[in-house]
Design a protein around this ligand. Sequence first.
Ligand code: FE2
Ligand code: FE2
Length: 189
Amino acid sequence: MGIKFDDPVRERLVSMMRVRQEEMTAAELLAAVIWLQKGMPWTFYRDLARHLWDEIRHALFGQAALEAEGYDWHSRPQYTSDYDVNIEKMPGTQYAWLSIGIEEGAMKRPGKVGEFEFCRDEAKHPLMAQFQDYDWADEVTHAAFGRTWTPELFGEDLGYIREVAKHELDHFWGEVRKAHEVAAAEGKV
Ligand SMILES: [Fe+2]
Ligand SMILES: [Fe+2]
């Protein structure tokens, strides 16, 4: 993150590659939920294992795209906030933050479809357009998993869980903003 380009389309494209590559932090959040959440049906762990695998695949999309363009993705610190900010929370809350807050939220335009269309129509980058197409399709599945399992975890309906997820999103973005301000003050971004 943070590379500046003269061309805003190029800047957004490379930033999107980097955001994909940093999705290991989403995989780590899911690994923690699978480990910490006890007593759910076998199908819950199967669905979250599929979800975790998808997030690792998204990170590999980003790695492949950056390496194809000659970027050394090791050269900058990794973003780890999905895990770092949420790990203090109950596992069900962590999962609601991701599946309902982030992933169901990404179903609204511009969201995931907007990222795909940007790569296809503005950046005209076939590799990233293909990756974002897969990424979008996976997010549809992840949001559906969230709608299936968060009511089981909370014993509440989706209306309540969306409120919880919104509250957690607000907290998360506040923490990310603070961390960014600290890094900026230290000249790291
Ligand atoms: Fe993802
Ligand atoms: Fe996802």
